[in-house]
Design a protein around this ligand. Structure first.
Ligand code: AKG
Ligand code: FE2
Length: 162
């Protein structure tokens, strides 16, 4: 899988993420759950949808909204205010496989409507085999931070805020 992702992206070397909470997550979203706009702590994520919501649960993203030279707060603000110009929306089918650059492309999952939960697998990949999420980021996404998140908090990543 690592070789497949590395070859697909043309990124060498590529590593599985060291973050114990973020390295191999899956997400289960029930009715009314949504995942708000965010950037990831890791560069790349592969996703495979396992079960689709009856309605909603769309993966939306703004491709390459920021890069390591430019946080593009202007562009981020526009998307957060609801401007749709740079936003793409994917109504994934079970079995669909994506590789996305979640550190640079702001993304979200829209609200799940109806009783069918959305299941998705989300293995994660990085350029730096050592670093992990910032403690605050880990708390927000996974509900807790572990000692490793504090121990590795000071590592300079790529200059982006989070
Ligand atoms: O569920 C998805 O499609 C995206 C999940 C996501 O953005 C994340 O886990 O950081
Ligand atoms: Fe994400």
């Amino acid at each position: 899988m690592l070789k497949f992702v590395s070859d697909s992206l043309g990124v060498f070397p590529l590593y599985k993420w060291a973050d114990p909470l973020g390295k191999n997550p899956y997400s289960i979203m029930h009715e009314d759950h949504y995942f708000p706009w965010h950037f990831d702590g890791n560069e790349f994520t592969l996703s495979i949808l396992v079960q689709k919501a009856e309605k909603g649960g769309l993966f939306e993203y703004s491709p390459d909204l920021r890069n390591i030279e430019d946080e593009n707060f202007n562009g981020v603000t526009k998307v957060l205010r609801g401007e749709r110009e740079s936003v793409k929306s994917l109504d994934l089918k079970p079995g669909d496989l994506q590789i996305f650059k979640g550190r640079f492309s702001m993304h979200r999952v829209t609200k799940i409507e109806g009783k069918t939960s959305r299941y998705i697998a989300l293995p994660t990949y990085v350029k730096d085999p050592y670093r992990v999420n910032k403690p605050e980021h880990s708390k927000q996404v996974y509900g807790k931070a572990l000692p490793i998140h504090f121990e590795r908090n000071d590592i300079q990543v790529d200059g982006l805020m989070d």
